[in-house]
Design a protein around this ligand. Structure first.
Ligand code: ATP
Ligand code: MG
Length: 393
């Protein structure tokens, strides 16, 4: 029986039970982790994406998976919180990480006694005794750098273990921490250990769009140089595969009917949060159905109208005037005739325009998940139906 209690969909949680694999991203991080072990120098990777695209879920998945790939990886996940000193949070997590490195630094302790740009005292018992003059202050970047180096070296000494550092909500890292953290990371990524290899770090950050631009604005050069890890809409094929084995994600043996799957793909437009929201509503639509049908999915959409409108609005916030104008031009063209050329012509108001005249606008809207390429390759579609409704309203 389908009830609200055994509903496997979890809108709003960064740890999805009904999980659509992120094959490309996971493979990229996995490769980083193996390279970390071999001691290859690698820049941190940055996921920059809008709310609800699944950044937190991806980091959580990496955290779970890392122990399958490299059963001994030391994983440290930390979330920046607006208004809180990030350095302090990171220092706590690092000391937890140190405790994972058994034998070597079982009794390790990173003590951050005060914040305001300074970490006063660091003691890694048994491994590192920083000679701290109680009255002197150690710059935060240096203290953090030392702690990271000790962690890296200890992990390597403890059977060549890689260290995976995952930082979420990177846009919320406070200004003093931002500089200290990247200075420390840069130093660590350029430090060779006793075996002549780079310390075994794989660093992944996730933040809202604009995170990199903020690093640049604040002259945090090493942050700006993070390599991009693109996180886009969920792929139709991946959604289909997941829903085909939906019975493995719920306790009631409920499956998705074929038309239910296709309706989910269409209704959710690859948007992870909408996927969870509509799925939840579809499950709740009936108690007795063993198969979730297209009708259930449509009911799920109807039930989520308000939230879907908010998601559409959020997707449109922050778009430029030209991007919005281009989208309105698109909405004015009949479905099925929305090619990049026809939209650009309508937007520019001249028949001689070609798709490449609007190339950067279309690219930005594809990346932001506002539009998607049509399955038959003929043109583009709105990623969410509610976006089109919103533009017409
Ligand atoms: N790969 C996925 N498969 C299925 N559901 C997912 C997937 N990724 C994320 N979700 C779901 O989408 C919703 C949003 O995910 P998540 O919180 O990870 O996004 P986010 O990008 O971190 O958003 P925010 O910027 O608001 O923190 C959650 O309900 C989550 O369960
Ligand atoms: Mg998140």
């Amino acid at each position: 029986m389908r009830t609200a209690t055994n509903n496997p969909f979890t809108p709003g949680f960064g740890d999805a039970a009904v999980w659509v694999p992120r094959t490309r991203q996971v493979a990229a991080v996995r490769a980083m982790v193996s390279r970390a072990r071999t001691g290859a120098r690698q820049a941190p990777r940055l996921i920059e994406q809008e709310r609800g695209f699944g950044k937190t879920s991806l980091l959580a998945a990496v955290e779970d998976l890392a122990s399958d790939w490299e059963d001994d990886a030391v994983v440290i996940r930390v979330t920046a919180v607006e208004g809180e000193p990030f350095m302090t949070a990171l220092a706590h997590r690092l000391s937890q990480g140190l405790r994972q490195v058994e034998g070597t630094v079982g009794a390790a302790l990173v003590q951050v006694s005060s914040w305001l740009g300074r970490v006063r005292e660091i003691r890694l018992a048994g491994v590192l005794e920083v000679d701290v003059d109680e009255t002197a202050e150690m710059p935060a970047s240096l203290a953090l750098g030392r702690a990271l180096q000790e962690l890296g070296a200890a992990a390597r000494a403890d059977g060549d273990r890689p260290v995976v550092l995952l930082i979420d909500e990177a846009q919320a890292i406070d200004a003093p921490s931002r500089r200290a953290v990247f200075t420390a990371l840069q130093e660590v990524i350029n430090t060779l250990d006793a075996t002549g290899r780079v310390l075994p770090f794989a660093v992944v950050l996730a933040g809202l769009p604009g995170t990199r631009a903020a690093f640049k604005r604040h002259r945090v050069t090493f942050g700006e140089r993070c390599r991009d890890l693109p996180l886009e809409s969920l792929e139709d094929e991946a959604i289909r595969d997941t829903l085909l084995r939906f019975d493995t994600f719920n306790t009631e043996g409920v499956t998705f009917a074929g038309d239910g799957i296709e309706e989910m793909i269409e209704a959710t437009g690859g948007h992870p949060h909408v996927f969870q929201l509509v799925g939840e509503g579809a499950w709740n639509h009936r108690e007795d159905g063993q198969h979730i049908t297209a009708e259930d999915v449509r009911a799920g959409v109807a039930q989520s109208q308000r939230e879907l409108a908010m998601i559409a609005q959020a997707r449109l916030n922050g778009l430029t005037e030209s991007q919005l104008g281009w989208l309105r031009a698109m909405a004015g063209i009949a479905e099925g005739e929305r090619t990049l050329t026809s939209i650009c012509r309508a937007f520019r108001g001249r028949d001689s325009a070609t798709a490449s005249d609007c190339g950067s606008i279309a690219d930005a809207l594809l990346t932001k998940g506002v539009i998607r390429r049509a399955d038959d390759g003929s043109g583009v579609v709105f990623a969410l139906r509610s976006i089109e409704d919103h533009l017409r309203a």
